[in-house]
Design a protein around this ligand. Sequence first.
Ligand code: SAM
Length: 465
Amino acid sequence: MALYAAAASVLAGVENRQGSIKGLVYSSSFQNVKQLYALVCETQRYSAVLDAVIASAGLLRSEKKLRPHLAKVLVYELLLGKGFRGGGGRWKPLLGRHQARLKAELARLKVHRGVSRNEDLLDVGTKSESVSQVPRFVRVNTLKTCSDDVVDYFKRQGFSYQGRASSLDDLRALKGKHFLLDPLLPELLVFPAQTDLHEHPLYRAGHFILQDKASCLPAMLLAPPPGSHVIDACAAPGNKTSHLAALMKNQGKIFAFDLDAKRLAFMATLLARAGVSCCELAEKDFLAVSPSDPRYRQVHYILLDPSCSGSGMLTRQLEEPGAGTPSKERLCALAGFQQRALCHALSFPSLQRLVYSTCSLCQEENEEVVRDALQQNPGAFRLVPVLPSWPHRGLGTFPGAEHCLRASPETTLTGGFFIAVIERVEVPSSVSQAEALAPDLTPSPAPKRKKRRIGRRKTAGAAPT
Ligand code: SAM
C-alpha cells in the first residue's frame, strides 16, 4: 500500500477508535513503519488546522472522490511537510489544482490567529480559544417582532449596527458593542462572543431567542410553509419548535413529542413566552407514535433532533475536553436509538421532507445513522444537497454524504453540529410508488396515483435540486 493511502487508513482507524496510532501503524501492511508513523503523527498534530484549511478551500466539495483522511494527509504534505515524496504520483496534479487556494487559506488562518509560523498554529489553547470565539447568536422571534425593531432597540442601547455580514471573517472581527446580521440566515443577529443577553428585556419577553447558528439550520432547512402539519419528534426544550412555528407564522400544526416531563414543562413555558400557538405538546415516546394514526395523515414534514452524545456542544468542549470521545458502549446505544427513530420517522406515509440533526461530532451518530436508514429504504428517499456554500460537509463515508452539513467552531464559527436533509423520491405521476420501488414485482400497469405535491417556501437554504 502506498504511504499516503496507508497514513489515511491509520487516521481513519484512530478516528473510529479501532486502535492507537502505534498499533494501527504496526498492523498496517506498509513496510517503512517509521516513515508511516512520523507522517501520521504530524498530520494528526495539525488535524484541526488541516480541517479548517480544507473546509475553507472547499477541497472536498470540488474533489468528490477524495476521501477526507487522504485529503488531510496530502494537504499536510503539500503545505506543512516537506512536499510530496517520490514526485507525488497522481496526487500532485490533483492537489496542484487547489494549491494556490489552500496556501491562501493557510495564510489567512495565520493572519487571523496573529501568528507567522505554522508551529504557532499548534498552540494547545487553540481548541478552547476557537470555542470561546464563537459569537453570540440572537434569533429574532418573528412571531412577536421583526429584525428592524430589534436592531433599533439595540442601537438605542448604545450598540453599533454594522449591517449584513458578507463573510465569516466579518463575524470573527466583531468586537465591543458592534453587531451584525448573519450572512446566511435571515433574522439572525450576531454579537461578539462574550456578550451576555440572558437578562435582556427583549429576551425575557420572548422577542428573541439565544440560539446557536448551527441549531437554527434544521428548522430553516425543513422550511415547512404556513399551514403545514409537522412532527417535532424529540422536541424539548423547544428552540427548534419555536423556530418552526415562526416559519409557519403560527399557521398549521406542530405535533411535538418528548419523553421527559420536566423538559416538556420547561418547553411549555418557553413556547408560551415565544407566542407559539400552533403546537400540540405530548409526553410520549416517539417510537410509540403510530404512523397510521389519522391525526398524522397530513404530516409532510418531520424534524428529528434525537438525544445524542452532545460531543459538539460548546459548553462540553470548554468544560470537559474529553467529552468529544464518548465510550463505545454509549455511542452504540445512542446510535441504535437514533437509527430506530429515523427509520420510524421515515415510515410516516405522507412524509415528504425530514431533517435529522445532532449536536454530536461522532460519525456513528451522524453519517452512519443516515446511511443505514437510507439503505433500509432503498430507492424511497434521498439526501438533498443543501447550502452549497457551507464550508464543512459530511464525512465522505458513503456516496452522497457530502450533501450533509457539519459545523464546528473552527470551520463555521458555531457549535459542533450535524444535519441531513432527506426527501422522499418523487414518483412520476404516470408511475405508482409500488411500481417505482419494485418494478420487477409489478409487471402489469398499476392504477395511476396522483403525485402528492407539497408547497415549498423558498429559503436561503434550499438549494436547487
Ligand atoms: N430539539 C430540541 C431543541 O431544539 O430544543 C432538543 C432535543 S434534545 C437534543 C433530545 C430530546 O429527545 C430530549 O429532550 C429527550 O428527552 C428526548 N427524547 C429522548 N428519547 C426520546 C423518545 N424516545 N421519544 C421522544 N423524545 C425523546
